[in-house]
Design a protein around this ligand. Structure first.
Ligand code: HEM
Length: 419
């Protein structure tokens, strides 16, 4: 008897051949690959994020400076641009994926929980990952975003207070947001994704509104003409094209980094995914942001409960499609309105909050400078020696620290120019 081939033996350990299970033929199309494209982008976000993590310093008085250093180093500045542009791409693909699922009524029985996990993924990615990423820049926009966050937390009473840095002994907001950005949100996304994928595997892709099975929960197995490996291939091909294009964009367009936060900066507008709420905030203050985002996610969560009939055909779903159209149109029109409106100073307190936070940052600056010095001493002796000895003699002088930081970044420039 001949030995089984290497491929067959490999397959007993990693059964890739099982990935050829049947799926509907439309699973091979671009529109049914959008979820996978989002997933591919999420993996790239993790990869680029891990590299940035080696250089980003989350201490409140160091974060901005470490980003300035990253911007000066060609290779790192490119990785940061990639992280930024891929995040834009993921968000756009996610919105199109959600829209496709909504339009074809793929949230109907038995896929309601798949949809709800999707809504939770959208909320976590947008209000969690994207928002916290904006704060981590720690420039004016980041400080403004943090001020909004702190303002919003005030409406949550004692629970909200615990989540701000107003209580004695509480840790710095920047550190907390950093921890959430690199652990809490990615872990939550992974847990939600596991549920999302398990349900998709269990129920398979839904019939389309134009199939003869449009009013059935599933296409009969014998009528499924596609294979999962073909679906995966489409995802990989389109992801390479899409993110490849963004990788080229990142070569020419750096990730934005505004001026360092100051008490007297000009009013700012939020990043584009939050721009649709700007008009509300101008009128009613930051509380309107809570209500507007709650209304959007609330509407999305209600979709499978509003549209409960099994029929997916467009004719049978006029009401929900009209309602969805109105919501989508409103969000786009409000975004456009927010974009056209001149930036306004908000008297509802986020300026105040920014000040409070500044104060906090200063207090921390003093507290941390001592720790840092210690860390610097123990951290990298070799580097310390190759730098000037003066520094080691007078580490308590703030000005000198600054010049040290400058020297450090100059030094890094020299070191990294090779990239
Ligand atoms: C991190 C975010 C997400 C990832 C990675 C993801 C991934 C996927 C993948 C790979 C599929 C199967 C192929 C496809 O239809 O594209 C899928 C299907 C699905 N997704 Fe998502 N998704 C995400 C977010 C969402 C959101 C925001 C929603 C809606 C609110 C959603 C609802 C659904 C539903 C209902 C299906 C089943 C589609 C069908 O049976 O035809 N997903 N998702």
């Amino acid at each position: 008897m001949s030995e089984p081939s290497l491929l067959k033996r490999l397959d007993t350990w990693i059964p890739l051949s099982r990935l050829t299970y049947r799926i509907p033929a439309h699973g091979r199309s671009l529109f049914c690959s959008l979820g996978g494209i989002v997933f591919f982008g999420f993996l790239l976000m993790i990869a680029t994020g891990i590299i940035l993590l080696q250089f980003y310093n989350p201490l409140p008085d160091q974060a901005y400076q470490s980003l300035e250093t990253i911007q000066k180093i060609g290779f790192l500045s490119y990785i940061r641009a990639l992280h930024y542009w891929i995040s834009q791409g993921v968000l756009i693909a996610l919105i199109v994926h959600l829209s496709r699922v909504f339009i074809v009524g793929a949230y109907k029985t038995p896929r309601q929980v798949t949809w709800w996990l999707g809504v939770a993924l959208f909320a976590t990615m947008l209000m969690g990952s994207y928002f916290s990423g904006t704060v981590l820049k720690w420039d004016e926009e980041g400080a403004d975003a943090l001020a909004h966050y702190q303002q919003s937390l005030r409406f949550l009473g004692p629970l909200g207070a615990m989540m701000t840095d107003s209580l004695p002994g509480s840790s710095s907001m920047n550190l907390r947001i950093f921890a959430s950005h690199i652990t809490v949100f990615p872990i939550l996304i992974i847990v939600l994704l596991i549920g999302h994928f398990l349900l998709i595997r269990t129920f398979n892709l839904s019939p389309t509104p134009w199939d003869k099975w449009s009013n059935q929960p599933q296409i009969p197995k014998e009528e499924m003409k596609g294979r999962f490996n073909e679906h995966a291939r489409t995802i990989v091909i389109f992801s390479l094209i899409y993110y490849g294009f963004l990788a080229v964009v990142a070569l020419f367009a750096r990730a934005p980094l505004g001026p360092a936060p100051s008490a007297s900066h000009d009013p700012l507008k939020p990043p584009w995914p939050f721009l649709w709420m700007y008009g509300f905030e101008n009128v009613w203050g930051v509380v309107a942001v809570l209500f507007a985002s709650g209304a959007l996610f609330g509407f999305l969560a209600l979709v499978p409960l509003i549209d409960r009939k099994q029929d997916r055909s467009f004719a049978a779903r006029k009401k929900i499609l009209t309602l969805g159209g109105i919501v989508a149109f409103s969000v786009v029109a409000l975004t456009f309105h927010g974009w056209m409106t001149p930036a306004q100073e908000h008297t509802h307190g986020h300026g105040e909050a920014a000040h409070e936070d500044d104060g906090h940052a200063h207090e921390e600056e003093e507290e941390h400078s001592h720790d840092e010095e210690e860390a610097e001493h123990t951290h990298d002796e070799a580097e310390e020696h190759s730098h000037d000895e003066e520094e080691a003699d007078h580490p308590h002088d703030e000005k000198e620290e600054d010049s040290h930081a400058e020297k450090k970044s100059d030094h890094s420039d020299d070191e990294w120019d090779g990239f």
